[in-house]
Design a binder for this molecule. Structure first.
Ligand SMILES: [Zn+2]
Length: 232
């Protein structure tokens, strides 16, 4: 075991009453959670491990209220726990450029305006002035497994995902993010939003019309991309 304070290896003794180790070299104490997001914890360790397990297994996310019920802790406790886990994801995020086959799309989150009860009171929700200013676009870039990796490990789909927050899909932001986060020579799959038009200049881009299909046949796995799927 390594002391997180001074890095000395295997020079410490366990203080059973406090469940801590003391380093003989620097005389400082440390525990199994020292240097992790769960340092200075108050709850039993299995609660934290259960929280991580619930968090990663929740496909569409988990609310603090639900986690509080599942763990038998207060809402506030679960709320802080979930935020610690999210913070750790951001710290450990690999922000190197994606490569190979990259899918890019935006999803609009929040800002749902409830229509008025009476028809004559309703407004055109498509107009910018009638939309909630808190509405945001979450931009997602996903790098797919290569054919070789799929062949080797059987893994399919997205290998790595980067997310960004913007007001809406637009050329200025896409033009800023793409050169940093998508490597040259990548094949990009995008929808027909004009925000992605400028990518054609630098990348091999394939477009899919979402009103007809969610993904082009074969556009999900690299190598299956066929000549006929490419736009003229
Ligand atoms: Zn030490």
């Amino acid at each position: 075991m390594v002391c997180p304070h001074c890095g000395t290896v295997h020079r410490h003794y366990f203080k059973a009453s406090r469940k801590l180790w003391r380093c003989i070299a620097c005389r400082k104490d440390f525990s199994v959670t020292s240097g992790t997001i769960f340092a200075f914890h108050k709850l039993p360790l299995r609660i934290y491990l259960a929280a991580v397990s619930l968090f990663v297994n929740a496909v569409k996310g988990i609310s603090a209220l639900q986690m509080a019920r599942d763990l038998g802790v207060q809402h506030k406790t679960a709320y802080v726990l979930i935020h610690k886990i999210r913070e750790s994801l951001l710290i450990g995020r690999n922000e190197s450029a994606l490569a190979g086959s990259v899918h890019i799309d935006g999803a609009y989150v929040g800002g749902t305006v409830r229509p008025e009860n009476r028809k004559e009171d309703r407004v055109d929700l498509r107009l910018a002035e009638n939309q909630d200013p808190d509405k945001r676009c979450i931009l997602v870039m996903r790098q797919n497994y290569t054919d070789e990796e799929t062949e080797r490990s059987g893994k399919v789909g997205a290998e790595r995902t980067l997310t960004f927050i913007m007001k809406k899909e637009n050329q200025a932001d896409i033009g800023r993010f793409a050169p940093t986060y998508i490597a040259k020579g990548s094949v990009i799959c995008a929808d027909e939003s004009d925000a992605y038009d400028l990518l054609h200049a630098k990348y091999d881009v394939r477009r899919v019309n979402h009103s007809l299909e969610y993904a082009q046949a074969g556009a999900e796995v690299p190598g299956q991309l066929r000549q006929r799927d490419r736009l003229p």
